[in-house]
Design a protein around this ligand. Structure first.
Ligand SMILES: [Zn+2]
Length: 473
């Protein structure tokens, strides 16, 4: 078993969980998530110019712009492909039990679709596909991903899936070096498969592969043709991870003008653009985004579920919160990380161990006053905690004061500043653990309240610490 977030030996011993009820900044689409405090109720009836500055910030700088009439950043669905794309991850080997656990967790989280490996891949894949279709999931529809071939399509419909995702390579690379077929053959094949799947009364998506290295004329021509035949979605896939957000925006926007069906997008992360590309696609009118848990997939994978959620929370938090059980994200990531024997990265979106840890003194002060100062996401939305690390040389007295209050030590600001100076001095030699900081504060508090010591008497304090603190060997 590999360690995951819960098991990483994180030294949170010098960090303190900070609860604040300070208001967050107004969020996307003007949907302020500021809970009206009693002191601000009266101001709510005032004209905008008469309101306090923080209440005038109704417009969200991160939300869709008015010019983005195509934007679907508040209207999109997830096609979760951990059990298809994720199976192509180097470390992945999912048995049926694990697949079912992951499918159940994703359904509980609230994804709209779960995509499974082609039943044509192996007899086991066929049986697993059937078994997952029979699980009776609450919300998620089950899709399977197949080659654009009648044999695969027949097998797919036999499994009981809710829909079939068909893919075929359209780039010159794939046409020459993979299947060797021309566009006329591809179009004819696509229509036959689409008509067959539709006749079974289930959903059908047609996608090109390596779309960004395909001829635009070829792409638009085949998408227009299949759209006329009638299908649920067409798919755009950046199979090699070469596309950037501007290219994605241009292609999807052009495609939006050509087809009337939904548009699904699949982005590989070889050059670090998978989340940004997904967002650009939604801005340009795409409707469905492929994800996998922790982004696992072929090579270095695709748009990660958690990363997409983080990005979309900024665009429209209420929409995201209404659709998904966000506190489950960490559990799902741990489940998958364990199954494929990897760790959740330290800097993972939302759930990485330092995602909500603040260290610098001036940051800590601002975070304590209002977390939105240095946080665009609220940890509590995801069942996570905010930490302010205080036992280090960059610490500030505001963070130390907050800890003293948690310890119920009544101290003046002057006393806290004095104690902070000592903590910083000690932390210059080595980072102090939370226990160390607590002990220093208790010793300091006892000494000043009993009259043993006055503020500024650092030598007396040092003597007391020498006497009462455990010494380094
Ligand atoms: Zn892929």
């Amino acid at each position: 078993m590999c360690p995951h977030v819960d098991d990483i030996p994180l030294d949170k011993s010098n960090a303190v969980a900070i609860e604040t009820d300070s208001p967050h900044i107004p969020m996307p689409n003007g949907n302020s998530n500021v809970e009206t405090s009693s002191s601000s109720k009266d101001a709510s009836t005032l004209p905008p110019a008469a309101k306090p500055v923080h209440q005038q910030q109704k417009k969200n700088a991160y939300g869709p712009r008015y010019s983005d009439f195509l934007s679907n950043t508040s209207n999109w669905s997830i096609i979760e492909s951990t059990l298809r794309e994720g199976e192509q991850f180097a470390n992945a080997f999912f048995n049926l039990e694990t697949k079912m656990k992951i499918a159940k967790a994703l359904d509980d989280f609230g994804v709209e679709y779960i995509e499974l490996t082609s039943p044509a891949a192996s007899p086991e894949s066929f049986e697993d596909c059937k078994a997952i279709c029979n699980m009776g999931l609450k919300k998620a529809k089950i899709l399977t991903h197949i080659r654009c071939h009648m044999d695969d399509a027949r097998l797919a419909v036999e499994t009981g899936v809710d829909g079939v995702d068909v893919v075929i390579g359209t780039s010159s690379f794939l046409r020459e070096h993979s299947h060797g077929k021309d566009m006329t053959w591809i179009t004819k094949q696509a229509i036959e498969v689409i008509e067959f799947v539709k006749s079974k009364g289930i959903e059908i998506r047609f996608s090109s592969e390596d779309s960004f290295r395909s001829e635009l004329v070829d792409l638009l021509s085949i998408y227009r043709t299949v759209d006329k035949v009638g299908l649920n979605r067409v798919g755009v896939a950046d199979t090699v991870g070469c596309a950037d957000p501007r290219q994605v925006y241009d292609l999807v926007r052009t495609l939006r003008g050509v087809v009337s069906c939904d548009i699904e997008c699949h982005f590989h992360n070889d050059t670090g653009c998978a989340i940004a590309n997904a967002y650009a696609a939604l801005e340009a009118g795409a409707t469905h985004i492929d994800t996998s848990v922790l982004g696992i997939g072929e090579r270095n994978g695709i748009t990660p579920l958690g990363g997409l959620i983080a990005r979309m929370m900024v665009a429209d938090p209420e929409y995201v919160k209404s659709k998904y059980n966000l506190p489950m994200l960490r559990e799902i990531e741990n489940l998958v990380a364990e199954a494929v024997e990897i760790s959740v990265p330290f800097n993972n979106y939302i759930t990485g161990f330092c995602a909500f840890t603040h260290k610098a003194g001036i940051h800590a002060k601002a975070i304590l006053a209002n977390p939105a100062t240095y946080e665009i996401l609220k940890p509590e939305d995801f069942g996570m905690s905010r930490y302010v690390s205080i036992g280090h040389r960059l610490t500030g007295w505001n963070a130390v004061k907050s800890r003293a209050e948690q310890l119920k030590l009544e101290m003046t600001d002057e006393q806290v500043k004095d104690a902070t100076a000592k903590i910083k001095e000690l932390a210059d030699t080595r980072t102090q653990s939370m226990d160390d900081v607590d002990r220093i504060l208790r010793i300091y508090h006892t000494a000043v309240t009993s009259g043993q010591m006055k503020v500024g008497e650092q030598e007396v304090l040092q003597e007391l610490l020498d006497k009462h603190m455990p010494q380094d060997k």
